[in-house]
Design a protein around this ligand. Structure first.
Ligand SMILES: [Zn+2]
Length: 169
């Protein structure tokens, strides 16, 4: 299932903690400098859940908090704010990491010929490894055949292009 998120901050929150984080993240974006009680009433979540989520987000540097005096109550409360810039760079960094991994994988796939016995539980071997075992699978003793990795390479190139385009935006 593919879900569109209105904001990378909301997306990141949802990836970290699911539905409850999603609700809190949306409440944080809807009104700036919001208190835990305001979030609880906006989301319908219990106050202790809201606090737990907020402290976790704070610990992950996704939100910042300021301590202000509540005039009505006469005591101090925390007002929370989403750090959207941080969420943006966090997601961008994740994408860059994935891109690097995919490029390395593609390089590997392009670098050699691979051999396999056709048995799902057995590993793929490089040409050098296959020669060493005289083209007999070291695990199941079946004959090793050359693997056509065209589709793997195609899929990797497609994904690499997609992420690279996305990062340019
Ligand atoms: Zn095998």
């Amino acid at each position: 299932m593919h879900i569109e998120y209105e904001d990378s901050f909301v997306k990141l929150a949802s990836l970290i903690g699911g539905e409850e984080y999603l609700k809190v993240a949306r409440a944080l974006l809807n009104s700036e400098d919001v208190t835990d009680e305001e979030i609880a009433s906006a989301t319908g979540l219990r106050i202790n859940i809201v606090r737990k989520v907020l402290y976790d987000m704070f610990g992950k540097a996704l939100i910042s908090g300021i301590r202000v005096k509540d005039d009505k109550k006469g005591w101090f409360v925390y007002r929370w704010r989403a750090r959207r810039d941080y969420a943006d760079s966090f997601i961008e960094n994740q994408k860059k990491k994935i891109l690097e991994r995919l490029k390395k994988r593609l390089e590997y796939e392009e670098s050699a010929e691979f051999y396999h016995c056709g048995n799902k539980s057995c590993d793929r071997l490089s040409f050098e490894e296959a020669v060493e075992v005289l083209f007999k699978c070291p695990n199941c003793k079946n004959l090793l055949n050359k693997v056509d990795n065209t589709n793997i390479k195609k899929a990797l190139r497609y994904k690499i292009d997609e992420i690279a385009r996305d990062l340019k935006k």
